[in-house]
Design a protein around this ligand. Structure first.
Ligand code: ADP
Ligand code: MG
Length: 593
């Protein structure tokens, strides 16, 4: 027999295993979802490679997942014909984990501890495989990669800090390609080995997996068999021998076992939007992106003509965990398919600009080549057109939320993704018209509820030409700035820009509906009430005082001028027309420290 090699788990894996085995009790059934999702990933990888590597599939052309149960012995076997693992991959994938993944998982478990640690979170951190130990004492992974001519067996036990790897020698277990997981269930979890239970879980958790999932089910068909007359009637009857037996037939059920297709493999995006319910869209979202909250909005569309593709896009209801700053553009939020074949979810701004990288969804194109590479994506005219359409649809979807009767929806959106849209104002000039109506700010007349620019414009005075704003670090300090005095007196509304990025965003936008944004802290603010006579008088009267103050302050100020913009404060420091505002100055300082 070939040798059995023993390996220690990486420390993080040990900790994780310990936690899974000993602390997670709720929602154990998610193990099946995680293992099926790994099988599906493995099939995706194989199908993708087989497009360019002729002959990879050899004779084993079926791409599917098969689950068999042995309820008497409490065993579940999950077999996929996917990419499999080499010996080294077994060590890399099932003995070590990306540290960040575990750390984050452990942290979130700690945070949710009070609410009862939930196994449901497991898949979000790249540690789904270990969920097998939620229900198993022992897990055996027998796997064959097309890159290797040998099949290997990984074996691990709950409550052990080591696993083993050996070559598969049992001819009964040899598979042409792929992976077979055998779970030896814990005593209390043997119920998962009931075929009906497994089928129910498949239907519930994996209905959107795009490969067929078969479960091994007991079936029956009825047939008619000839029987003698009911023996109960004839036992005492001794004339049997003389009288001719009456032939009777009876229906009996013949039992046998066979594979049964247990999921729907038609991708949801190929169905006509009218026939898909909101619940189905939400389920698809949650299952595809491992989310547990419903999305805020979704949009399902087909584009035809120059470029043809189908897509379902979603706006999540929260920004990714612990991330309130703008995520980088590399997310796994968009899954690209070409003619239903999953190509990649690894994009860097090709399909959505950075500021819209929070949008999630699937895109299925008929026009791209199956062996599309990153380079092709970046240079493709088709992709450029797709991107334009996708961005437009994303905006429509966000606008839809903003027009929802439930004002909370957009408040929630803004809280999570407002920063992204403001970044959009800075980075995407072409879409200023779409971004403007989506912005929200506090104002001198609405300190607690944010208003839209449309609401501001509606509230403008008949002779008001500009949109006024003041940038500050909080509503309270904006409210107390002396710049505001004269505007308040004249009942002019002023936007309070209290988020550091606001001011740059507004300056990039320059105007909204042909009304310029005007910073009320800059010199020569014109609020349309110039009284030239009076100004001249004042200048004459106080000219010398101003000169004197300027001489005393020297280089500390650029100039000292008479102002008509104060009502109760004696003086105010303003920025030059072309200089930085005080707020910008503060920001720049903060950045250089
Ligand atoms: P994730 O799926 O998020 O990468 P998992 O813990 O679920 O994390 O799986 C770890 C890795 O193990 C996978 O990335 C994959 O490389 C490998 N793996 C797991 N199951 C299979 C399988 N059925 N076929 C091939 N590789 C697998
Ligand atoms: Mg996984």
């Amino acid at each position: 027999d070939p040798p059995v090699e023993k390996y220690e788990y990486q420390a993080e894996v040990s900790r994780l295993m310990d936690l899974i085995v000993n602390s997670l009790y709720s929602n154990k059934e998610v193990f099946l979802r995680e293992l099926i999702s790994n099988a599906s990933d493995a099939l995706d990888k194989l199908r993708f490679l087989s497009v360019t590597e002729q002959g990879l599939l050899k004779d084993a052309v079926d791409l599917d997942i098969r689950i068999q149960t042995d309820k008497d012995n409490g065993i579940v076997t999950i077999t996929d014909s996917g990419i499999g693992m080499t010996r080294q991959e077994l060590i890399d994938c099932l003995g070590t984990i990306a540290q960040s993944g575990t750390a984050k998982f452990l942290k979130s478990l700690k945070e949710s501890k009070d609410a009862g640690a939930d196994s449901n979170l497991i898949g979000q951190f790249g540690v789904g495989f270990y969920s097998a130990f939620l229900v198993s004492d022992r897990v055996v992974v027998s796997t064959k990669s097309p890159k290797s001519d040998k099949q290997y067996v990984w074996e691990g036990e709950a409550n052990s800090s080591a696993y083993t790897i050996r070559e598969e020698t049992d001819p009964q277990n040899l598979i042409p390609r792929g992976t077979r997981l055998t779970l030896y269930l814990k005593r209390d979890d043997k119920g998962f080995a009931h075929p009906e239970r497994i089928e129910k879980l498949v239907k519930n958790y994996s209905q959107f997996v795009s490969f067929p999932i078969y479960t091994w089910q007991e079936k029956g068909f009825t047939k008619e068999v000839e029987v003698d007359e009911d023996p109960a009637d004839s036992t005492k009857d001794e004339q049997d021998d003389q009288t001719e037996k009456k032939k009777k037939t009876k229906k009996v059920v013949e039992k046998y076992w066979d594979w049964e297709l247990s999921n729907e493999t038609q991708p949801i995006w190929l169905r006509p939007p009218k026939e898909v319910t909101t619940e189905e869209y939400n389920e698809f979202y949650k299952k595809t992106f491992n989310e547990y909250l419903e999305p805020l909005a979704s949009s399902h569309f087909t584009t035809e003509g120059e470029v043809e593709f189908r897509s379902i896009l979603y706006v999540p209801s929260v920004a990714p965990m612990g991330k309130n700053e703008i995520a980088n553009s590399k997310t796994k939020n968009i899954r690209l398919y070409v003619k239903r074949v999953f190509i990649s979810d690894d994009f860097d701004g090709e399909l959505f600009p950075r500021y819209l990288s929070f949008v999630k969804g699937v895109v299925d194109s008929n026009d791209l080549p199956l062996n599309v590479s990153r380079e092709i994506l970046q240079e493709s005219r088709i992709v450029r057109i797709m991107r334009k359409r996708l961005v437009r649809k994303a905006f429509d979807m966000i606008l839809g939320i903003s027009m929802s009767e439930n004002r909370d929806d957009y408040e929630k959106f803004w809280e999570n993704f407002g920063k992204h849209l403001k970044l959009g104002c800075i980075e995407d000039r072409e879409n200023h018209k779409r971004l403007g109506p989506l912005l929200r700010f506090f104002s001198s007349q609405s300190e607690h509820e944010m208003i839209s620019l449309d609401e501001y414009v509606e509230n403008m005075k008949p002779d008001q030409k500009d949109i006024y704003y003041i940038a500050s670090d909080s509503v309270t300090s904006a409210k107390n700035t002396p710049f505001l005095e004269i505007l308040l007196q004249k009942d002019l509304e002023v936007l309070f820009l209290v988020d550091p990025i606001d001011e740059v965003a507004i300056q990039s936008l320059k105007s909204y509906k042909e009304k310029n944004f005007v910073d009320i802290s800059k010199e020569d603010l014109d609020i349309g009430d110039k009284n030239e006579e009076k100004e001249k008088e004042m200048k004459q009267e106080f000219g010398q005082t101003c000169d004197w103050i300027k001489r005393r302050l020297g280089d500390k100020v650029a100039s000292v001028q008479i102002s008509n913009r104060l009502s109760t404060s004696p003086c105010v420091l303003v920025s030059g027309r072309f200089g930085w505002s005080a707020n910008m100055e503060r920001l720049m300082k903060a950045q250089t420290v």
